[in-house]
Structures are given as C-alpha cells and as structure tokens.
Design a protein around this ligand. Sequence first.
Ligand SMILES: *Cc1c(COP(=O)(O)O)cnc(C)c1O
Length: 395
Amino acid sequence: MFANGLSYLAIPGPSVMPERVLRAMHRAAPNIYTGELHDVTRSLIPDLKSVAGTAHNVAIYIGNGHGVWEAALSNVIGAGDTVLVLATGRFCVGWGEMAEGLGATVETIDFGDSDAVDLAQVEAALRADTQGRIKAVLTVLVDTSTGVLNDIKGVRAAMDAAGHDALLMCDCIASLGCDEYRMDDWGVDITVAASQKGLMTPPGIGFVWFNDTADAVRGTISQVSRYWDWRPRVDADEYWKFFDGTAPTHHIYGLREALDMIAEEGLEAVWARHAGLARAIWAAIDVWSSAGPMEINVADEAARSRAVTSLKLDEGQSDALRAWCEEKMGVTLGIGLGRTPASAYFRLGHMGHVNGHMVLGFLGTIDAGLKALDIPHGRGALEAASAVLADLSRG
Ligand SMILES: *Cc1c(COP(=O)(O)O)cnc(C)c1O
C-alpha cells in the first residue's frame, strides 16, 4: 500500500549501493589486456591494504565470501592439519566446514549464539595443545548470523599467553569498513573480506590479506589449487594475469569509487558513523523491548557489531514483520539465518552506505509494523533513536 517509491534493503549484505558506485560501473566493457583498467586495478592495492590496516599483501579473487574462505585456507591448510574454530554463530562454523572439505580436522569451541569469544577458554585450549597440532585459529570479527562482535586483538593476546604459534585468521566479510579493524596492530596473519557489505560494491569479488608469517606457511604447502594460490596474484610483474583470466572489469571500477568514498570520509570517521548509527538503533530496540516479546540477541554492548543486529520476537512474528515491511512499506529486513526457529528471528543490516535518515526510515517502518501486526512493544522508540542522533551530532 505504501511501498511504491524508493525501496530499501536493510539486510546484512548485499548492502545499499551508492549512486556513485553505480555510476562508476555504468560504462562499456574496457580493454582487459592493457591500459586504464590495469592502472585502476593497481591503484586499489594500497587502499585495500589501508582499509584492512595492513602493510603486507592482498590478493583479489573473483568469488564471494565463501570463495575467499576457501582461498585463504587453501594456501595454508592441507589434509591432516588441524584448525581451531571459535564459533559465535553460523559463519565461523561454515568456515570450519570449508577446512573440513580440504581434509583438515576441525576442533570447535562453541561460545553460543549471543556471546563473544571467551579469551580464557581460547588460551586454555591452546595451552592444552602441547604437541602444536593446531595450525590455525579461525575467527570472525562479526558473525552476521548473531551480530556478535569479537575481540580479535584479545584472541591474539590469548594465543601469545599460551605461547602458541598457530596462524590467526579472521573473517571480516560483514564488517570491514564498518567495525574497527587493525590487522597488523592486532597481530592477525590472514584476513578475508568480500565486496558486497561494508565495501559497498556488488557481490562478486573477494580479498585475502596475508602477512609474511602466513606466506612462509604457504611455502611449506606442496600443492595449492592453482586458482586459489595467492602467490601469482601478488606478483606485480604478472599483473595482467592477476585474475588468471578475465578481470572483474566493472567491479574494479565500482570498488575504486567505493574506496574513494571511504578515503574522503576517513576510515575512522566511517567507523564512528557506524558506531553512532548503531547506538540509535540500540536505543530504539531498548524501548521496543521494554514491553512485549522483542529481544536483542547480544545483551553486552561491547560484544555487538555496529554493522548488523539480530533480533528475536515470538515464533512466526519475525517472518510476519519482514513480510509486512516489504509488502506494505518497501523495506526488506534480513532473515533469521542459522537460528531456530528461524521465524522468530530477523536481522538488520546497517553497513556501508547508511546514514541517519536511512536508519530512522527503517526503524520507523519496523515501529509501524509492530503496531499493524499487534505485536506488543514499548512506545517511543523513534523518539529515543532521534535523541541519540541529535546528541551525537552536536559533538
Ligand atoms: C556474508 C558473510 C559470509 C559469506 O559471504 P558470501 O559472499 O555470502 O559468500 C561469510 N562470513 C561472514 C561474516 C559474512 O558476513
């Protein structure tokens, strides 16, 4: 009824694409063998490194997040190796399954669906590994199924305290360019991310950043599948075959524009914008939850992502709310991915090209949906969210 007009996608990836990115991609197919495309591709490398906080290496792949999960693992993990998965939701578990597919043994510490990684348990597990079987620790900065944010710097400190030399691998697919991340400062050896979330570019390309420690491990692997091998991809002399074939031409132009936008705003300002918008969202949720069934999935604010929020209602209500928001108002909310019952959960993506009025728009839509569907809720959520934004904008 009120859906005609600009529709809005509030799911945790793909995220809203900026007009600037769309315009940058709207062009004829370029020459892939020489010329401008090579210059633009080369120009991405320093900016990709800076957005991940590393001075080391980055390899670009045509593939989604699942692709770079496998790419990263293929360079350092082989049959018979053991990895330790720090599970805070569906996504790190999925990465572990990818390692299993490569023949690795997967040990998992499950921290549940609402809590961050407990560093003391990580340290204890690594201390117990007296034979040094664990070759890599797999973590997520943000688990997109639960909205949990992990303390990656703390994970490295726990590994150091245990005197363990496993590689630290971190999935930042949901959160790069949203939540603070500093690969080198935090002691991460391998980072993976993809184009379609905080990086505001369509799905289709992914990235693996790796340091020299990780590359030394790569050197000990006798067979790495050709497509995933990161070594030829970072060899500048062979730049024209960076992708082992046709370059992802339009993604390269789109990503160039998106990285320019991040650079113009400043990475720390981008993080601060996400943090402020998340506070407004949380304030609205606090009010809704004060009466009725709504619950935010992660109680501890320090363990909440600033890019994605997972919410619970009674069984069936989240599905009904999502359907109402989409059909009546043109706003699409995220499904209760990986949760049971899935119909009780929904997620909000607030990553990338998101500002105050967009957040107030989807919060207002949810508020109307709760009323239309007679789902009990505390009154005044929009008032609370707008007060947060008003306060923060004074600073
Ligand atoms: C989206 C996401 C993935 C999967 O990425 P795809 O591009 O959908 O394959 C993996 N991990 C995290 C944390 C994600 O948010």
